[in-house]
Structures are given as C-alpha cells and as structure tokens.
Write a protein that binds this ligand. Structure first.
Ligand SMILES: [Cu+2]
Length: 312
C-alpha cells in the first residue's frame, strides 16, 4: 500500500486555514468525481468505504412522518421523554386556560351578570397565579437540567473524531489514529453504486463516519469558513461548528445501523447539500474498517502501526 493509494481521495493535509479551504470547497464536484474515479481504478481503495452488508437504515426521515426518528442513545431517549413530558404539561395548561376563559364568558355575560362587582384585588388569587407558574417552572427545571448536563458533560471517549464543517461538505479526522477524510453528498445517480436507496438523496454521502456500537464517541466540532452544525437526530445530538473554536458532543449508539443528519446552521448557497451519514457497526467490523482506513487514508503500513501500538 504505497502513496499511490491516496490518489483521487480528496483530503486535507492541513486544517484551520479557513480562506484556503473555501477554494477547495468550490471544487467539490471535481473532487467527488475524482474520488469516484479513484475508487474505480483501485479496487482495494474501496475497502474503507465498503457498504457493510446487511446494515439496516434506522435514522432517516420517513414520508409523512411527524414524530421523532428512532432514539438509539440515552441522550435521544431523554430528549424524547422530556418532549412528551412538556407536551403533557402544556396541554393541561392550555385546556385549563381555555376552560377558564369559556367559564368567564358564560358566567359574566352582561345579561347573566348585569351588576359587575367592583373589587380590584384578591390576594389569594394573586399569590396563586404567581406561585403556581413558578412551581411549574421549577418542576420543568428539575427534569430538564439533568438532561442538559448529561449532554454537556463530555465523558472520556472510546473513539474521538474531529469534524470540520466546510462550505459545503464535512471533514472527519480520527484523531487517535492520524487519518482523516472528507464526506460529500452523493448525486442521485450515485446512490445505488454506494448502496443507498433512492429516497436517501440529500442524506447519503460518499464516505461515512464509522463508529463501533455501544462505544462512547466524542465528536470535536468546528468549522473552517462559516458556522455549520453537526447533528444526528437519532442520537439526540446537535452542535454548532464555529470557526476557531472546538466544541464537543458525545453519544453512545446502542444499535447497529445507518443514520443520517443534515447541516443545521444556515451556511450559504449549498447548505442543503452537505448531509451527514454515520454507520454504527460491531466492534469487530469497526476494527477491521479502522485498520483498512488507517492504511488507506494515512498511508501508514498496517504492520508498523500494529507494532507501534503493541509496543506502547
Ligand atoms: Cu453547513
């Protein structure tokens, strides 16, 4: 596996040179086709981008869907539970206020109540309508703040990936292994070739983020030009990538499968064309993929790397 393995693979050798990266973004179409051409030329280069046979697509929008995508992390379950909890509270409040209004309209209608009372204060009522909303907010806080803290307190990661948003694609670096690659949206006529369904247009990318199931993954999120936002709805994560800053999010996906997301911060003309694909695979499949990816993207001979790891 010599340096020729990297031909046709669009890859940044440096990160953080915002204005120069923008120029590379303009050649997105060229790079995508160069990458595809590279794959055709080099059979083994497809190793790191294999389709992972039998991997079910779980996290994607469905026709006429109105609810959440399936939750496969604790964070996503928490968020969806909180949503239902708040829906119950707001429904009770709305019904109560509506009933109160209807009752007042009926009870104090001019013909039914010709001589309105003239009092202006009622201490009991005023205390009640101050204290009850405060109590409701406290209850909401008690249940929502732990969910927020769980998202924001970043645990030690089993896998750390740095994601950089560019106009208009994503770059991923497996920081513990010294390699990275970029991820471009697939055109309609490329979907089948990469193993995606037709309705996954605008969601599927040429390369995917690959992570092991039941592992804590820490994503370091940043951007090189303007603000982007990295999200996977099924994981319950969303984080703005801000140029010059390194934010973090974490997730622990509990189900193998393919998950999609889209850039969620308006970032310019092709904002809608920089989707996110994450493939959650078994630890064994991940290890095999990782070995191939290190070899393909970093050009580090596999044996040397294994020796180096073993000697540590
Ligand atoms: Cu974006």
């Amino acid at each position: 596996m010599g340096p020729e393995m990297q031909i046709g693979i669009p890859r940044h050798t440096s990160v953080g040179m915002g204005c120069h990266e923008g120029n590379i973004g303009k050649t997105m179409r060229y790079l995508t086709s160069a990458w595809a051409a590279g794959l055709t030329f080099m059979g083994t280069a497809a190793l790191a981008q294999e389709n992972f046979e039998g991997l079910e697509t779980i996290g994607k929008p469905v026709e006429r869907g109105t609810g959440f995508q399936p939750a496969v992390t604790e964070l996503a379950r928490d968020i969806q539970w909180l949503d239902t909890f708040l829906l119950v509270i707001i429904t009770i409040i709305s019904l109560f206020v509506t009933a109160l209004l209807a009752y007042a309209c009926w009870k104090f209608y001019e013909k039914r109540n010709p001589n309105p009372s003239s009092f202006t204060h009622n201490t009991a009522i005023e205390v009640t309508w101050t204290v009850v909303p405060i109590a409701i907010l406290v209850v909401i806080g008690v249940f929502s703040l732990p969910v927020l803290f769980k998202q924001q307190i970043i645990p030690e990661g089993d896998v750390t990936i740095k994601v950089t948003g560019y106009q208009w694609y994503w770059g991923y670096e497996y920081v513990d292994h010294g390699f990275g690659y970029e991820s471009f949206m697939l055109e309609r006529d490329q979907l089948a070739e990469y193993g995606y369904a037709d309705d996954e247009y605008l969601l599927a990318t040429d390369t995917a983020v690959v992570v092991p199931v039941n592992a804590t993954v820490v994503m370091q999120v940043t951007a090189a030009d303007v603000i982007h936002s990295w999200t996977i709805p099924s994981f319950g994560v969303k984080q703005d990538g801000v140029p010059g800053r390194l934010a973090e999010l974490w997730f622990k996906a509990e189900q193998e499968g393919v998950y999609f997301g889209q850039c969620s911060e308006l970032c310019g003309q092709a904002h809608a064309y920089m989707p996110i694909t994450v493939k959650v695979v078994s630890q064994e499949v991940y290890d095999a993929w990782l070995a191939g990816a290190i070899d393909q993207y970093a050009g580090i001979p596999l044996e040397d790397d294994v020796l180096k790891l073993a000697s540590n």
